[in-house]
Design a protein. Structure first.
Length: 231
């Protein structure tokens, strides 16, 4: 596997609007490959809207400004996906009638992996989040914390595949909100591994202990972003 650093993720005057409501207001910041950037702020501050704008997955909202990764302009679904953007959404967004394994493997196949390779990677990432015995369980049979771990495993698997092509931007939206302390530390360690391998990780969180692992912080206050680097 060849993994290499890609360019910085750069936002310039990025705004997100839902009708007359401004969720993100002229955000300007950058994030480096090989690092975790914590995205902080109270509920409704704009964290989710910002991550979805970077991933090109806004449904009802409209974004303005520019988003680039290295020398590529991204921000719509096609360009963000081709640049390696992967979202771990709040609420897990699993298909209820699919198994945990298939919720991971099917997106991998859609991204170009063979069925056998996708199933094997799905099993490895499920094991990495402590769900080795749950691959054959339907999503609807899992607890909230288990479902969140499946969503994390899916994001990790897709990010690993993107890194093979040289870039990954992992957009993790509150990925530890339903996890106990030990599992939370496990998941944070796995996100750190994606960064160590050259990925850019944006980690939206309310948890100050989780945010503490980040090299930089993007703090949102009613849509206004303030970026700071850890000393």
């Amino acid at each position: 596997m060849t993994e290499q650093m890609t360019g910085r993720l750069v936002l310039h005057d990025v705004s997100v609007r839902y009708g007359d409501v401004v969720a993100v207001d002229a955000a300007t910041a950058s994030a480096a490959p090989g690092e975790i950037t914590a995205v902080t702020g109270h509920s409704g501050a704009g964290k989710t809207s910002l991550l979805w704008a970077i991933g090109g997955m806004l449904d009802d909202g409209r974004s303005d400004g520019s988003i680039s990764l290295g020398d590529k302009t991204i921000g719509d679904e096609a360009t963000s996906r081709s640049a390696g953007a992967v979202l771990i959404p709040q609420g897990s967004a699993l298909a209820e009638v699919l198994t945990a394994r298939d919720n991971i493997a099917i997106p991998l196949v859609a991204a170009g992996m063979s069925g056998g390779e996708a199933s094997a990677l799905a099993d490895r990432t499920l094991a990495s989040v402590g769900l080795a015995e749950h691959g054959g369980h339907l999503a609807e049979e899992l607890s909230g914390g288990q479902r969140q771990r499946v969503a994390v495993a899916r994001g990790l698997a897709l990010s690993s595949l993107r890194l093979e092509s040289g870039s990954a931007v992992l957009l993790a939206d509150e990925p530890t909100s339903e996890l106990d302390h030990d599992t939370r530390e496990l998941v944070v360690g796995l996100l750190q591994d994606i960064a160590r391998r050259g990925g850019i990780v944006l980690l939206a969180t309310h948890d100050p202990e989780v945010a503490e692992v980040a090299a930089a912080t993007w703090h949102l206050e009613d849509g206004r972003l303030t970026a700071t680097a850890r000393p």
